[in-house]
Every structure is written in structure tokens, then in C-alpha cells.
Design a protein around this ligand. Structure first.
Ligand code: PEP
Ligand code: MG
Length: 734
């Protein structure tokens, strides 16, 4: 190893330009890390990238070696550089380390670390050189191709570290509790029976006990209403299936013990059904496994109630589980379920959803890493599971749980109070619905209805394009949950960042402004027609509201309307019952329509502003590009003037105008919109309580005066002024 060149920045950068020219990102990263190692004369150079708020994953290492374990942000020299956003140093024995952050928008996104095996004093020149290299490297790792590659690497690791594991989210939510390991299956202890009659008698007793137990568990109040009821009914039917018992009895008659006969009957069913392609039959097989295990437990003289007396909060760990298994635990204590084999359509997942339990699946090797009683924290949004989590993780998850609790309390507190401002202006507050779990909020919030139903979500979570009957069932569910409240269905809005797993990905230069949304469905008219027919059929006897996304001009909207009319006529001709009334609208997301709005308003029944897309097209600022986060603000003169124009023209034409983009879900932004004349907002379920509290504490006339005065400001954002205004006027913003 040669003498250290402390001013290595220029030579590193020059060589990266000249030599790191591989086409593949993986190879390019290898070339870069080798150059850094050679030029700095370090014994090891490593690049870490933040996988999430708390983890740094090594994505490049300058020697043929195993990838080191992930580093926790804030711990050790690498973790400290990633947390404090400063170059950090460490010395352990004869090992010297220096680590410097990679930044994006001045926030740490990764770390470059160098190790020296000999005494090494770090002088300013060297620190500056390292920081210059980091600046350069930050740009490289932020390039689209490299960013994609790194994300893939991080995802492929799956297991982040021994105490921090990652799985697939089946049901989102946070949880904190003591681990309870779910064991059920036992080996058959005796195969041949001594007394056939006794075995038959035992089977009958076990079966009776099992049925009584299932009856009691499935009739719990917490489980009434919803998809899972059907599942539990089917389960009960299988548990009593005559054919299945006949087989068991047949095996006992031929000399087996009851426990062996149950296992034998199950094996036969498994051999018959496991090859079936039908997902439904496979699910039934899971249920049957579960029933066989339960029956055998009763045969052995035990019962199926799992003892959780030692804990108040539990996280259940299982390899696989049936829906009834979950009910063996005191459901009030279940904070999360971590299950190796599980998919969203598995019955245990559906029942867990009904109980509001977060579920994470597909964590390999989980069983070897956990012990009964250990603390586990679950972030069921990112799919992270922490065993014996450190204090900061416990604090983070507890804070999330607390916020959720507050959100629910807030909703509860305001539920029966009118959604009116202090000066008695009625504001209609709707919910945006995407995921199934949002649906229950329609009732719990007592909202005015659904202002945006993102129909692409069920399409995205399906393994194939849902046929018309599946779509009807899905839309009906929403109508049922909404009762007489208004529901606005949005036509399929796919493309760009919303991809269907069963559609070939189209490689486009600019997907956000490419072939997406209404452009796809107008070109693939059969899909749109089918969806319109499903809306019409689901809305029989009800008021139907349909809106079309990403409309760029009047003509496009008229074409979409025509498609609806065609579908309507077909439904009528075929004799399907029709909706009580039909209202067709469009989303204002593309700036061009704002300049044709007067004309458009003559042809539509309502408009809804999708500020997420409108913002990105208005400022020419990709909404998904984290490098641009915070660069422009919707609370700025240009955007607020745009919103004012839309709201004013719609109000003048007497056409209902609402905002369903994220802007409506942010209390300060929502306050500004109301000040501009908006009276309809559609918000996410998590924001509902906050926005309602803001509405009830504001005075429209006063905000109106204030906001109109700041519309000509030359500042980049008026957020600080509006926040100060809210504070001074005791408007509830939190
Ligand atoms: C929007 O663009 O504001 C909107 C509500 O649609 P999405 O976020 O689904 O694109
Ligand atoms: Mg949109």
C-alpha cells in the first residue's frame, strides 16, 4: 500500500469520468469503489445507502468480500455520519475509519466510508477531499438508472439485519407487543388402535367440542359484518363436512387410531386438491389443514385456547395459520401477525383485516431468530419487523400508535358535530377511498360521502383483469357501505406510477405525461365500456357519479361521456335495472383544461381538482422525484391564483367543484382553499379528523380577506404566513 494522497478528490473524479463507464449500474458501482479504494489508499472503501429511516445498506464494497450487515443510523461511525450529516471519525485498536455523508437536498441519503489499517491522522485536506468525492458520488447514486439499481439491491436483501427483518405487507398498520409463537401441529403418537369403539367415541367428542368452540369464537361481536363472515361460514361447513368424516371413520374402521385417521384423511384430500390450479380450492385446503390440527388437539385432550395471560399486547409469529387459529388468541391483545406463508387472499389475512391487525408475510428464517416473550415492533407500512427493538424504534412505533389513537379519538369526538365553520358556512367533507380498510371510515367519520374512489386499486391488487361481475361486486360493496351518501367513482387511472401486474410494462421516456389514464382507456375502449357497465349495474336504483381523470380538452371529455352513454344504452337494452340518476364529471389535473373551463363546465355535472397531478404539470415538476420534493409549493401565488380561477369559474357556472388531491388533506392548504371559495373537499381517512377540526375553528370571511391579500405576493411560498395566521386566529392546525 502506497503513501496516502490526502488530496485525492481530483484524481478520483477524473478517473471516474474516464474509467467508470460500464453500461450496467452494478459494474459501474464496482469500478467506482475500486477507483476510490486505490486513490485514497484505504484498505477498504464502502458505500452505504439509506434503506429507510433507520437502516444503511452497503451497496458497494472495494474488495471481494461478503456484503457487511446493514448499519443502524446513528450507531457507529457510519451510522453517525448518516444521522448527523457530518463527516465522522473512529479509531478501534489499529483500525481507523472515516465516514462522510452522501446528500440530497442537504439531507443524508447515504455514507462513503474508508478504513485504514495503520495509524492515520485525518487532516482538513483529506476531509475536504472526501467531502468533494461524496458530493460527486451523491449525483451518481441519484441518477435514475443507479437509483433503480440500488433500490433493487436493497429490496433483494430482504433480511436487513438480525434484529431488523423485512417482509411483504399484507395488512398495513403499526404494532408493538410480546412475541407469541404459534405452534399447533403435533406428530401422530399412535397409528394402530387397540379399541375401535373407543376411537370412534373420542372422535365424536372431539368433533363436538371443536364445533362448540368454533361457534363461540365466530359469533364474537368484533367479527360481525364483512367479507370474512362468508369465510368463517365456509370454514364451519368444512369442519362439518360429511364426506370428510366418512373418510376418517373409514380409516378408524380399518384399524387406525382417530388421530392417525384424521391425518390420513387430510393427506388424501391434499393429494387430490394440491395440484389444482384453482386458488379457491387451495384456500380450502389450508382451512382443512387447520381443521385437522384442531381436531387432533381435541383428540389429545387439549383445547385450542392459546394462553396469553402473561402479556397485554402480543405479536403472533406463525409459519402458517387458519382463520380460526387467530380466534384462539384474545383478539383484544393481538397487535400484529407475522406469518411466513400468507397472501392477501388467504383466509387468515381476511379475518386479521376484519380485526384491524397488521399482517406481514414472507420473512424467511424468522423462527430461528425469535424467542417467545421477546419484544417485537412492527411497521406494517414498510414491512419492517424489529426483534428486541432499541429505544428509538420503540419510541417511533409508539408515537405512530399514539397518533393513530388520537386520530380515531378526534374522529369520534367530532363525529356528530356539524362540518361548519365558525361563521356557519357548511363545508362538505368527503373521503378518498382506495384500500379496503378505508371503507370502514365512511361510517366511523360520518362523512358526507366518497369524493374519490380510486378504482385502479382493486385492479392493481388483482392477479388478472377483473371481469364485469367482479367489478360490480367491488363497487356494490362501496355503495353498501356508503348507504345513501354520495360516491364518486373515478374511471381506471393507470399508467405512470400505477402499473397493473398483468399488463406488459410500456417503456416510455416520460411516463407521467405519456400513455396513461384516460388516454389508455379511450384507446382501449372495451375496458372503459366494461367499467362503465359495471358502475351502472352496481348503481341500480342509486345516484351514480362517475368522473374521468387526466382529461386534457373538451373533446376528450365528450368522448368519455359518449362511451358512458353507449354502455348505459347497452345495459338498458339488456334489461338491467338502471341507476336513479347519473352525474358525469372530470378531474382537473392537466392545466390545459383550465383554459377551456367555461366551455367544459357547460357539458359536465361536476369537477374535482386532482392537485397532485395539477401541481406536477403546472410547475413541470415530477411528483415522484424525491430530488424535487419541496421545491415548489401549492401555497404559492401562481398555484393559488390557478385554484382561484378554477373555483370561481365553477361557482359562477353553478357546477359543483371539489378538491380531491392531497392539498385538501393538509389543514393549512384546505383552509386556503376554503378562503378561495371552495366548499367541497375530499380527504384521506387519516386526515379527516384534522381537517374537520380546522374547518370548525375557522372563519370563512376572515380567511377570504386574508388570502386575497396575499395572492400577489412575490414570495416563493405563503405557507409561513398562513401558518402564522392560523396560529393568531386560534385555528386548529396539527
Ligand atoms: C391527483 O392527481 O390529485 C389525484 C387525486 O389523483 P391521483 O393522486 O390518484 O393521481
Ligand atoms: Mg391524478
Amino acid at each position: 500500500m502506497g503513501k496516502t494522497n490526502k488530496n485525492f478528490a481530483l484524481s478520483v473524479i477524473k478517473r471516474i469520468y474516464a474509467e467508470a463507464n460500464a453500461d450496467q449500474s452494478a459494474e459501474k458501482l464496482n469500478q467506482i469503489i475500486k477507483i476510490i479504494t486505490e486513490e485514497t489508499k484505504a484498505s477498504l472503501a464502502e458505500i452505504y445507502i439509506k434503506a429507510d429511516d433507520v437502516t444503511l445498506e452497503c451497496v458497494a464494497i472495494g474488495r471481494e468480500d461478503k456484503i457487511p450487515p446493514a448499519v443502524r443510523v446513528g450507531y457507529g461511525v457510519i451510522g453517525k455520519a448518516g444521522a448527523n450529516n457530518r463527516t465522522s471519525f473512529a479509531k478501534a485498536g489499529n483500525i481507523f475509519k472515516i465516514a462522510s455523508p452522501l446528500r440530497r437536498w442537504n439531507k443524508p441519503v447515504g455514507v462513503l466510508a474508508l478504513t485504514f489499517p495503520k495509524p492515520h491522522d485525518y487532516d482538513e485536506t483529506e476531509v475536504e477531499a472526501l467531502e468533494t468525492v461524496c458530493l460527486f458520488l451523491s449525483e451518481i447514486v441519484a441518477s435514475e438508472e443507479m437509483d433503480q439499481y440500488i433500490k433493487k439491491v436493497i429490496k433483494s436483501r430482504g433480511i436487513v439485519s438480525k434484529d431488523h427483518l423485512k417482509g411483504v405487507v399484507i395488512n398495513a398498520g403499526y404494532g408493538l407487543g410480546n412475541i407469541v409463537v404459534h405452534h399447533r401441529r403435533k406428530a401422530v403418537t399412535q397409528v394402530f388402535a387397540k379399541d375401535k369403539d373407543l376411537e370412534l367415541k373420542n372422535l365424536e367428542i372431539a368433533r363436538q367440542k371443536m364445533n362448540e368452540d368454533l361457534e363461540a369464537k365466530f359469533s364474537q361481536e368484533s367479527l360481525q359484518g364483512g367479507d370474512h363472515v362468508e369465510i368463517l361460514d365456509a370454514y364451519r361447513m368444512i369442519a362439518n363436512d360429511k364426506g370428510w368424516y366418512k373418510r376418517i371413520i373409514g380409516h378408524i374402521d380399518s384399524g387406525m387410531t382417530a388421530e392417525a385417521a384424521v391425518e390420513q384423511a387430510y393427506s388424501e384430500m391434499w393429494a387430490r386438491l394440491s395440484g389444482a390450479a384453482d386458488a379457491y380450492l387451495k384456500e380450502r385446503l389450508h382451512d382443512l389443514r387447520d381443521i385437522a390440527d384442531r381436531l387432533r388437539l381435541y383428540l389429545s385432550g387439549e383445547d385450542c385456547n392459546s394462553d396469553t395471560n402473561n402479556y397485554d399486547d402480543i405479536v403472533i409469529i406463525a409459519t402458517s395459520m387458519g382463520p380460526a387459529d387467530l380466534m384462539d388468541y384474545d383478539y383484544k391483545k393481538i397487535r400484529a401477525l407475522i406469518i411466513e406463508e400468507c397472501t392477501p387472499t388467504m383466509h387468515v389475512a381476511i379475518v386479521a383485516k376484519a380485526l384491524n391487525v397488521p399482517v406481514i408475510a414472507k420473512i424467511e428464517g424468522l423462527f430461528k431468530d425469535v424467542k417467545e416473550g421477546e419484544l417485537m415492533a412492527v411497521d406494517g407500512f414498510s414491512g419492517s419487523v424489529y426483534i428486541n427493538p432499541p429505544k428509538d424504534i420503540v419510541a417511533r412505533i409508539s408515537a405512530k400508535l399514539e397518533a393513530k389513537k388520537k386520530e380515531l379519538e378526534q374522529i369520534q369526538k367530532l363525529k356528530n358535530l356539524p362540518c361548519k365553520t365558525k361563521d356557519k358556512e357548511r363545508i362538505n367533507l368527503y373521503l378518498n377511498i382506495g384500500m379496503d380498510f378505508d371503507i370502514e371510515y365512511i361510517k366511523s367519520t360520518n362523512c358526507d360521502g366518497v369524493g374519490l374512489y380510486r378504482t385502479e386499486i382493486p385492479f392493481m391488487s388483482s392477479t388478472e383483469m377483473p371481469d364485469i361481475n367482479k367489478q360490480v361486486a367491488c363497487y356494490k360493496k362501496l355503495f353498501d357501505a356508503a348507504g345513501n351518501k354520495k360516491v364518486i367513482f373515478r374511471s381506471l387511472d393507470v399508467g405512470s406510477d400505477k402499473l397493473l401486474p398483468y399488463w406488459k410494462n410500456i417503456d416510455e421516456e416520460n411516463p407521467a405525461i405519456g400513455w396513461r389514464s384516460i388516454r389508455i382507456t379511450l384507446d382501449r375502449r372495451a375496458i372503459l365500456r366494461k367499467q362503465m357497465r359495471a358502475f351502472i349495474r352496481a348503481a341500480s336504483g342509486k345516484e351514480l357519479y362517475v368522473m374521468f381523470p387526466m382529461i386534457s380538452d373538451l373533446d376528450e371529455f365528450l368522448e368519455a361521456k359518449e362511451t358512458f352513454d353507449f354502455a348505459y344504452e347497452r345495459e338498458k337494452k339488456e334489461g338491467y335495472p338502471l341507476p336513479k340518476s347519473v352525474h358525469l364529471g372530470l378531474m382537473i389535473e392537466v392545466p390545459s383544461v383550465v383554459f377551456q373551463l367555461r366551455e367544459i363546465l357547460k357539458h359536465c355535472d361536476f369537477i374535482s381538482v386532482g392537485t397532485n397531478d395539477l401541481y406536477q404539470f403546472f410547475f413541470a415538476c415530477d411528483r415522484g422525484n424525491s430530488r424535487l420534493t419541496g421545491r415548489y409549493d401549492v401555497l404559492s401565488a401562481p398555484f393559488l391564483n390557478l385554484m382561484k380561477k378554477i373555483i370561481k369559474e365553477a361557482n359562477a357556472a353553478n357546477v359543483t367543484c371539489s378538491v380531491c388531491g392531497e392539498m385538501a388533506s393538509n389543514p393549512i392548504d384546505a383552509m386556503a382553499l376554503i378562503g378561495l371559495g371552495l366548499r367541497n373537499l375530499s380527504v384521506s381517512s387519516a386526515a379527516y379528523g384534522k381537517v374537520k377540526a380546522m374547518i370548525r375553528s375557522m372563519n370563512v370571511k376572515e380567511v377570504e380577506d386574508y388570502i386575497n391579500n396575499i395572492l400577489s405576493t412575490s414570495r416563493k411560498t405563503v405557507r409561513p404566513q398562513l401558518t402564522a395566521y392560523a396560529f393568531d386566529h386560534a385555528i386548529e392546525i396539527y
